[in-house]
Design a protein around this ligand. Structure first.
Ligand code: SF4
Length: 336
């Protein structure tokens, strides 16, 4: 396949290793490339020249299945980026990620808006996997907001115990169920302003529900999203609401929900917080943070998670597209 042939050619990892050994040489090399390629504006970013290449060198091969073959970009530090160039790069990253994760979806199992709302509230401080392993028992016993609102809290606590913070989470899901019954006729509202008034529901949770249960565009600024958009220098904001506004302005509204999935999936599988798998990253040529993680392709490959690493996903009932792409369902609670 073209990809694997090109992979042999691809040298970002080698360059990075060499650069590690000989920082002076690396600095000189990068300087040379920068001077050669960037003609319109003189690049003066010291950081880019002395620390590491601003982005991966040319012809980095997409190392992950599903990514397109060879990506070539001009090594121009994003600090010199115009607004138009930033928009182009951001949209290109999103397009590349759509190829890498064509089956991206919310990683919480749900059959209706109520289940998604409850599962999203439960997912605070724990993994989607753990929530998915817990909610079948919850929704079998309490299928509607009326049922959960009228439940015995101690019994709900017992079911939610595996999710952690089970007392507080019991209070939240019972409280929001009561509010749904009292104020919305037992239905989950489809408007942001109503959703955020429910107890324990913030903008992030509201956008998950709007985007995935009602098909209304929303950006989900979770921990992965925050980390990645800053790594990519799409924004310098740290406040989730400001991040949401700035990133939203880079994309058409119709892209927001899928963009959120792509970014979060990339953060969970490849661009990890502590050890990003740069050497196996299909968007390395577009990333100013290339080199922050493992650049050796073989070592980087071992850092990949879920289906990209050959492991089960987080959903017990994933969509068919995920299974068709070779993804495996997560095991039920206690099975692995
Ligand atoms: S893994 Fe993350 S930091 Fe590394 S090149 Fe890819 S997007 Fe950039």
């Amino acid at each position: 396949m073209k990809k694997s042939a090109a992979a042999k050619k691809a040298t970002p990892a080698k360059k990075a290793v060499a650069a590690k050994k000989a920082p002076a040489k690396k600095a000189a090399a990068v300087k040379k490339v920068t001077a050669k390629k960037v003609t319109a504006k003189k690049v003066t970013t010291k950081k880019a020249i002395t620390k590491k290449p601003a982005i991966a060198p040319e012809k980095v091969t997409a190392a992950v299945k599903g990514a397109s073959t060879v990506k070539t970009v001009t090594p121009k530090p994003p600090t010199a980026e115009s607004r138009a160039a930033l928009v182009r790069r951001a949209r290109r990253i999103n397009r590349e990620l759509a190829e890498v994760f064509p089956y991206a979806h919310p990683e919480l199992d749900f059959d209706n808006p109520f289940q998604l709302l409850v599962a999203t509230v439960l997912s605070a401080q724990t993994t989607d996997l753990r929530v998915n392993q817990t909610t079948p028992a919850l929704f079998t016993k309490y299928p509607t907001p009326e049922d959960l609102a009228a439940a015995n809290p101690e019994e709900v606590e017992e079911i939610l115990r595996p999710c952690g913070f089970f007392r507080a989470k019991t209070k939240s899901v019972m409280g929001l169920s009561k509010s749904l019954v009292e104020n919305h006729g037992g239905e989950v509202p489809g408007r942001l302003e109503d959703l955020v008034k429910l107890p324990g529901v913030g903008r992030k949770t509201a956008f998950v529900v709007l985007g995935n249960a009602y098909g209304r565009p929303g950006i989900t600024v979770d921990t992965h999203f925050q980390r990645l958009v800053r790594r990519w220098q799409w924004t310098e904001q740290t406040d989730p609401d400001k991040i949401e506004a700035e990133i939203g302005a880079l994309f058409p509204k119709s892209d927001w929900t899928d963009l959120s999935h792509h970014v979060i999936w990339h953060g969970r599988r490849i661009c990890h917080a502590r050890k990003p798998a740069c050497g196996a990253c299909p968007i390395a040529p577009l990333c100013p943070a290339y080199g922050e993680g493992e650049t050796d392709p073989e070592k980087a490959k071992k850092l990949l998670k879920y289906e990209k690493g050959g492991f089960p996903g987080q959903r017990l009932k994933p969509p068919q597209s995920y299974l068709d792409a070779g993804g495996k369902p997560a095991p039920p609670l206690g099975a692995g």
